[in-house]
Design a protein around this ligand. Structure first.
Ligand code: BGC
Length: 376
């Protein structure tokens, strides 16, 4: 089984000047976790920490700084990252799109404009040609979260609040996904998306509005996109964080009495089991946990988070669910989008002023788990 952790380009690399998020946050992400400058030492660290897989993303805006010009130097860095991982026997899992777009793409209307998906295909074709040695690809990260945050809630660029636009974007992402799958697919490759799943429960189990709202949320947030691409996934990438209690549509609260992460999200380990069981039954495809993690300033809490979630993952596995791997989110503390640098998800602490790394105890705990699993 693959045991590793994940990062994304914009959140970890630093200096992504050509990305729409840079425009939106006015460069607040700055050097982020300095991954662009420290990837060699980070990969060595991954090895020392016993991990045998690493999920990272390619920044589209680094490769296509304009719609036509390919930056081969940047492409080369990603190729070297991949080779370095393979040299250490760490399985690279490449995410092609993790929320960020080149500024020129955003200025052309981004994912709202149907024809714009052709630009994405140029990028995917380039990746297809240059990463022969990579087996695992995640084409899109959480299209459901992106369309919600960027086009409905309006807290991420381009800050729209428009249901029709949110659906148009989802539809374009769906077409982009299917076509990208066809471009990339080869017998030896395993391709999917990372879907964010939330456990939705009614706020009051007897209140019809709460009940209906939670059913709608589950249907649309969890399954609308993935049901439409189910014939184009070799496995299912699951990102799981929390459970919510729904009052009315996107009006929800977290369980008051449970443990929370530093953003107030409930820690609900059993949810991982429930989602794995349901998803496996629904799609009959192997599962990879492509993200699961906690932001906390208390590393003991991170250790128990990992322990409890893995307990439920193992339970699902023992009941026949095929699990390809587990990627903790995140390998490094990093830039948490609109929340900035406050939330710390990392197995490895990052000093944002200097880029210095400090391995947390949870990383050593995870290393032991991996070792035990490999030898059991
Ligand atoms: C995203 C990550 C993010 C994490 C924690 C996921 O939805 O893919 O980019 O950092 O959640 O919020």
């Amino acid at each position: 089984m693959l045991w590793g952790s994940a990062i994304s380009s914009y959140q970890a690399e630093g200096d992504n000047f050509n990305s729409d998020w840079w425009l939106f946050d006015r460069g607040k992400s700055s050097k982020a976790s300095y991954f662009w400058y420290k990837w060699k030492e980070d990969i060595r660290l991954l090895k020392e920490l016993g991990q045998n897989a690493f999920r990272f993303s390619i920044e589209w805006s680094r490769i296509f700084k304009t719609e036509k010009d390919i930056d081969y130097n940047s492409l080369d860095v990603y190729k070297r990252i991949t080779e370095e991982l393979l040299n250490y026997n760490i399985e690279p899992i490449i995410t092609i799109w993790h929320f960020t777009n080149p500024i020129w793409f955003y200025k052309k209307g981004g994912w709202l404009i149907n024809d714009n998906i052709n630009y994405f295909f140029n990028y995917v074709e380039l990746i297809d040609k240059h990463f022969d040695n990579v087996k695992y690809f995640i084409i899109l990260n959480e299209p459901n979260v992106y369309s919600f945050k960027s086009y409905l809630e309006g807290t991420w660029p381009p800050n729209e609040k428009n249901l029709l636009k949110a659906f148009r974007v989802l539809n374009n992402l769906k077409n982009a996904y299917v076509m990208a799958y066809k471009i990339l697919k080869r017998p030896e490759r395993l391709i999917s998306l990372s879907q964010n799943f939330i456990i939705f429960r009614p706020y009051r189990f007897y209140n019809p509005i709460n009940i209906i709202s939670s059913i709608i949320d589950n249907k649309f947030f969890n399954f609308y996109f993935i049901d439409r691409v189910k014939n184009y996934m070799d496995f299912v990438g699951i990102n799981y964080y929390t459970r919510v209690f729904v009052k009315f549509l996107s009006n929800f609260v977290y369980n008051e009495i449970s443990q929370k992460n530093c953003l107030g999200w409930e820690v609900y380990p059993k949810g991982l089991y429930k989602i794995c069981k349901h998803v496996y039954k629904r799609y009959k495809k192997p599962i990879m946990i492509t993200e699961n993690g906690i932001c906390t300033d208390n590393d003991f809490q991170r250790i128990s988070f990992i322990k409890e979630h893995l307990h439920y993952l193992k339970k699902a596995k023992s009941e026949g669910v095929k699990i390809l791997g587990y990627m903790y989110w995140s390998f490094l503390d990093n830039y948490e989008w609109a929340e900035g640098f406050g939330p710390r998800f990392g197995l490895v602490e990052v000093d944002y002023k200097t880029g210095e790394r400090k391995v947390r105890n949870s990383a050593y705990f995870y290393k032991e788990v991996i070792y035990e699993e490999a030898n059991s």
